[in-house]
Ligand binder design. Structure first.
Ligand code: ADP
Ligand code: MG
Length: 269
């Protein structure tokens, strides 16, 4: 990942799908958010509250109905290599090898072969997939596929990496490993991360800022600056996760979400 400046500014953003039609859906409303370089933002909120809509605005896939979305002072109007995206279901070309999948965007951007190789190997190594570089995606486990998708996003050296519930479909053990890997990549690089999750512990143990959204139309209910991620890097996960401060913040966030949904198990359904 590079050290490109990342400054995102969302002002009074609202999205209404099928506006005016009978299937009109007001997805998000009054979103004001400033993202600075090196932040790790995690977004929590009830299912259907507009989290993916928000991420899709940042990615340039969805145009806001109201308000303005700027990155480094310029309107976000279309997808860009400046913003790497990883979805819950990794989208890999099945007929290409892991290496070719990671290389794909770089080829499209006409990077020369040497540079493509350098970037692919660097990030495949980072996600611990270098020895599987010649495997086809159907030969990989779910966790490995997600790591390949992460390597592909990282290899594009974007200014920000956008993750939409990337570990939601993984088994608990693989998920924890992916979280550790993500924390290490964030701590070791100079990148900015924006993660959507339905797991409070994932948010608290990875982010530097946690944003809680209301039910639809999604608004920002509350933001929390957190520093557990730094502490986990210095000590250990369990020591941090069972600290009084962590538990009390976890409770606060869960009760906030409990008012939006009827589930307070730690997962937002
Ligand atoms: N392309 C679309 N067209 C119409 N409605 C949509 C579209 N995408 C999402 N929605 C609706 O907008 C609301 C928010 O969806 P989404 O952003 O996916 O929420 P979340 O990611 O929090 O579950 C939902 O009611 C969803 O059905
Ligand atoms: Mg979603």
């Amino acid at each position: 990942m590079n050290d490109k400046n990342c400054s995102i500014s969302l002002k009074d953003i609202g999205v209404t799908y099928n506006s005016g039609g009978k299937n009109s859906v007001n997805a998000i409303e009054d979103i004001n958010l400033e993202i600075k370089s090196r932040e790790f933002i995690a977004v929590l909120g009830p299912s259907g509250c507009g989290k993916s809509t928000l991420l899709n605005i940042l990615a340039g896939f969805v145009k806001p109905t109201r308000g303005t979305a700027l990155m480094n002072g310029k309107p976000i109007t279309a997808p860009s290599f400046e913003r790497g995206v990883v979805f819950q279901t990794p989208i890999l070309y099945p007929w290409l090898s892991v290496m070719e999948n990671v290389e794909f965007g770089l080829k499209m951007r006409k990077f020369d072969k040497k540079e493509r190789l350098r970037l692919c190997e660097k990030y495949l190594k980072e996600v611990e997939l270098l020895e599987f570089k010649n495997y086809k995606s159907y030969e990989l486990s779910g966790g490995m596929r997600q790591r390949a998708a992460l390597a592909r996003a990282l290899a594009g050296t974007p200014s920000i990496i956008l993750l939409d519930e990337p570990f939601g479909a993984l088994d608990a053990f693989t998920k924890i490993n992916m979280q550790i890997l993500t924390r290490m990549i964030w701590a070791g690089g100079k990148s900015t991360f924006f993660l959507i999750t339905h797991d409070v512990d994932e948010a608290l143990s990875l982010a530097t800022r946690v944003i809680v959204m209301s039910k639809r139309p999604g608004r920002i209910l509350k933001e929390f600056d957190v520093e557990f991620t730094y502490r986990i890097n210095e000590t250990v996960l369990d020591k941090t996760r069972f600290s009084k401060e962590y538990i009390s913040l976890r409770e606060e966030i869960l009760s906030l979400i409990h008012h939006q949904t009827s589930d307070a198990s730690g997962y937002i359904i």
